[in-house]
Design a protein around this ligand. Structure first.
Ligand code: ADP
Length: 450
């Protein structure tokens, strides 16, 4: 599958038979009764018709979930070329959009957001355009170097962060306050990477560093949140209730901008810190975080913050809606990185196309396996859903060609009524109960209509 990606993993799912009835007829009642994790008994497993083939290159929570999903079988010998998007059988699903990098590369994401903001300003006015002001001022380097220098000179003394556009896990990132540091970087990159002058320097973005992050226990953190996009045209996006805050191990200070343990909250970075406790880890579940904020600032401030975070998801997806090659075979589970500042304003740092699915603790393992199970429920290779669901496990339908209301009935778009969006980030995730009820009622409907 030709695609630009930070890591080289891909996942393909395909029913063994290409006839819709072939997999739609599958009896999933035994799965509902066994919905307790991954422990299907051998007998029950045999009862299931093996009808969906999968292949993945990852050996982590994803493999555990796929291997234990009733009716799914792993194939070893699939050719990558079969899934190059030129021809795909009707029921094949791939876990990426072909040009997902339009949102998941740091430079493209900003380019698309800037363009979208301009479009909104033209079409809907300044107030609407201001709803896109959730990403720090960013310049692509080296091509916007001169624009960057102009901006840099306007605000002497502030801190900037340099990030390679196509790397992840904090690799290659550094903070700076002097232009001289960029000169050194340009020279360094030229000489160390290739020793030849004709090969261009690696592309970076220079971004305004958020100097006033919200701190808990004196430590900086950012949030990892999961959004599942099933289609871009029309835009159909689901938000997962769980996620986590990733903390740095060292107290925040602006006095040591070279210390990555203070400034970069990536788990990959923090794990190498001398005071990292493998048992304690450096994560807080979102529910815990939301409760903490509510106790400090009251429920209204928290509602406003989480509404602003919802706005980030919707606007960022809309910014690439016309750019992403929409393909009914594709879906994507994005990992959003959000930083909150001391004024409780959320900032979008990055959107990941391949959020880490490796678990760093038992709690993390449970979150990721449940997230993946629910992703597969929404992708619905088994054809059990009606397509009208607003909630499936831990996922809430956030956008369906327009905002989705929590209550039944038509959405009130006047902005005056009591329209409440169907998002529950950091709220209780009683997914097992919900799935049991959902699949039971689907089965009853099926019986009634047959
Ligand atoms: P990567 O893809 O390497 O993870 P990110 O953009 O997510 O790159 O940045 C890594 C970490 O650096 C973030 O998790 C955050 O802690 C910190 N960071 C990145 N950009 C900013 C910024 N503009 N202001 C403050 N902190 C930032």
């Amino acid at each position: 599958m030709p695609r630009e990606c930070q890591r080289s993993e891909y996942h393909v799912f395909q029913p063994l038979t290409s006839s819709p009835q072939g997999y739609g007829r599958q009896d999933l009642s035994s799965e509902n009764q066994n919905y307790k994790g991954h422990g299907l008994s051998k007998g029950k497993e045999r009862e299931q018709r093996a009808s969906i083939r999968f292949k993945t290159t990852l050996m982590n929570t994803l493999m555990d979930v796929l291997r234990h999903r009733p009716g799914w079988v792993e194939v070893k010998d699939w050719l990558r070329e079969n899934f190059d998007h030129t021809y795909m059988d009707e029921h094949v699903r791939i876990s990426h959009f072909r040009n997902h990098y339009e949102l998941t590369r740091k430079n493209y994401m900003v380019k698309n957001l800037k363009r979208f903001r301009k479009q909104l300003e033209r079409e809907a006015g300044k107030l609407e355009a201001a709803k896109c002001d959730f990403f720090p001022k960013t310049f692509e380097m080296p091509c916007e170097y001169h624009l960057f220098v102009e901006e840099f000179r306007k605000n002497p003394g502030i801190t900037w962060i340099m990030k390679p556009v196509a790397r992840s896990q904090g690799k290659g990132i550094f903070l700076f306050r002097r232009l001289k540091d960029i000169m050194d970087w340009r020279k360094d990159t030229r000489s160390s990477d290739n020793q030849k002058d004709d090969i261009p320097v690696e592309n970076y973005v220079a971004q305004r560093y958020i100097e006033n992050p919200y701190l808990i226990g004196g430590r900086k953190f950012d949030l990892r949140v999961y959004v599942l996009v099933m289609s871009y045209i029309p835009l159909r996006a689901w938000l997962y209730r769980d996620g986590f805050a990733r903390f740095s191990n060292t107290r925040f200070t602006l006095n040591s901008i070279d210390d990555q343990y203070v400034h970069l909250t990536n788990v990959a970075v923090q794990k190498t810190s001398p005071d990292y406790h493998p048992k304690k880890g450096c994560k807080w579940m979102l529910q815990h975080f939301r409760q903490y904020l509510a106790s400090k600032h009251g429920p209204e401030a928290v509602e406003t913050l989480f509404r602003d975070i919802d706005n980030i998801f919707v606007k960022s997806l809309q910014s690439v809606q016309k750019v992403i090659i929409s393909d009914k075979h594709c879906f994507e589970l994005y990992g959003y990185d959000i930083l909150i500042d001391q004024d409780l304003k959320p900032w979008l740092l990055e959107v990941n196309a391949s959020p880490s699915l490796t678990a760093s603790s038992q709690e993390d393992y449970e979150l990721k396996t449940c997230l993946l199970e629910d992703t597969l429920h929404v992708v619905d290779m088994e054809a059990r859903l009606t397509g009208r669901e607003k909630r499936v496990g831990g996922f809430d339908l956030m956008w369906n060609d327009g905002p989705v209301s929590r209550e039944e009935g038509a959405p009130d778009l006047s902005g005056m009524g009591n329209f409440v969006t169907n998002t529950h980030l950091g709220c209780v995730n009683d997914r097992k109960k919900q799935l049991r009820q959902l699949f039971c009622s689907l089965q009853l409907q099926k019986k009634a209509s047959s």
